[in-house]
Design a protein around this ligand. Structure first.
Ligand code: MG
Length: 204
C-alpha cells in the first residue's frame, strides 16, 4: 500500500506557510514504513528541532483505479478517518528553499499516523461537509471544515490517478487546515471528526 498526501489544500494554511494558492493539487508520497497506528505514543525524531502536527481527513481507497473521472471518484473510497501528517518543518523549509524534494521532512518512519477507527462512507451524508478539529493539550488549534478544501476529495482522486494507479488499501491524506504548530515532549494530540475522538496520541 501507499500513502498519498495532498499539500496546500486549504487557503489559510497556504497563507500561514507563505505559499501561493495552488492551481492544481500538490501531492507527495509516504512509504508504508511511515505508518503509525493504534494511537501509539509518537517519539520526536532527533533530526528535527521543529516537528509539526498537521491533522487531516484521510480516505481509504477500496478499488483499483487509473485515470478516474471525477464523477466516478466516490466509488473508489469506502472509509474516512483522521490522520496526522507529522512534518519536520525546519527540514521542509530548508529543502523547499533549495528547490529539493521533501522526503526527509515528510516521509520518515512514523510520519503518517492514522486513526484506529475509520468510518464507513455509508454513515456520512456528504464528505465535503465534514468538520474535524485538532486539540493540543486540550486547546483547539486546528478547525477543519471540508467545505474549505481548495480541491474536493473526488477531484483529488481524479487528479492523482492520472499519474499514479490507486490500489486497494491506499490512504489519501487530503491536506491540513490552518493552525499547524510545533510539538514538544509531553504534549497530547487529539483529532476529533464531528463528535468522535479518533486520534489521541501522546508525544514523547
Ligand atoms: Mg499535510
Amino acid at each position: 500500500m501507499k500513502i498519498i498526501c495532498i499539500g496546500q489544500n486549504y487557503r489559510l494554511h497556504c497563507l500561514e506557510l507563505g505559499h501561493k494558492i495552488p492551481e492544481e493539487p500538490v501531492f507527495f508520497m509516504k512509504p508504508d514504513t511511515a505508518l503509525h497506528r493504534n494511537n501509539d505514543p509518537f517519539y520526536l525524531p532527533d533530526f528535527s528541532r521543529d516537528l509539526h502536527y498537521e491533522m487531516e481527513l484521510v480516505v481509504r481507497i477500496n478499488r483499483v483505479g487509473k485515470c478516474i473521472e471525477e464523477r466516478f471518484a466516490h466509488r473508489y473510497y469506502n472509509e474516512v478517518g483522521l490522520g496526522v501528517d507529522f512534518t519536520a518543518r525546519d527540514i521542509q523549509h530548508k529543502q523547499s528553499a533549495a528547490g529539493l524534494p521533501w522526503e526527509a521532512a515528510k516521509s520518515f518512519d512514523h510520519s503518517a499516523a492514522i486513526s484506529p477507527e475509520f468510518i464507513p462512507i455509508e454513515q456520512i451524508e456528504n464528505i465535503q461537509s465534514l468538520r474535524f478539529k485538532c486539540n493540543l493539550n486540550g486547546q483547539t488549534v486546528q478547525n477543519g471544515d471540508c467545505s474549505d478544501m481548495i480541491f474536493t476529495v473526488d477531484k483529488l482522486i481524479s487528479y492523482v490517478s492520472r499519474f499514479v494507479t490507486l490500489k486497494i488499501g491506499d490512504l489519501l491524506f487530503t491536506g491540513t487546515p490552518a493552525g499547524v504548530g510545533a510539538l514538544k515532549v509531553g504534549d497530547q494530540l487529539e483529532g476529533i471528526l464531528e463528535d468522535r475522538k479518533l486520534i489521541d496520541i501522546e508525544i514523547r
